[in-house]
Design a protein around this ligand. Sequence first.
Ligand SMILES: [Zn+2]
Length: 91
Amino acid sequence: MAYLPICKKPHRYDILFESLPEYQGTFSRHKCAGCAYELGYFHAINGIPKATNDSVLANIPYSQAGHVRHKDAFAAYNEGYEFALSIAKAA
Ligand SMILES: [Zn+2]
């Protein structure tokens, strides 16, 4: 059986994720939207160009709990990225 990492982090973005669309595709559906959000944030603050597709989520954990399940993880990545940029502009 292949090792599938499961996210155990207590993400504090649960409220935000309530507004994310349900993902109807096949790849990132079960990825952790919390980790995806953090990845987007990390990329933005480190000047890494924003990913153009959800292959960027290949190495983040899966999620099986709470609000983030079945949310669009790539949408979460974009939200995190944009949030980091908005902070940078405000600073
Ligand atoms: Zn996570």
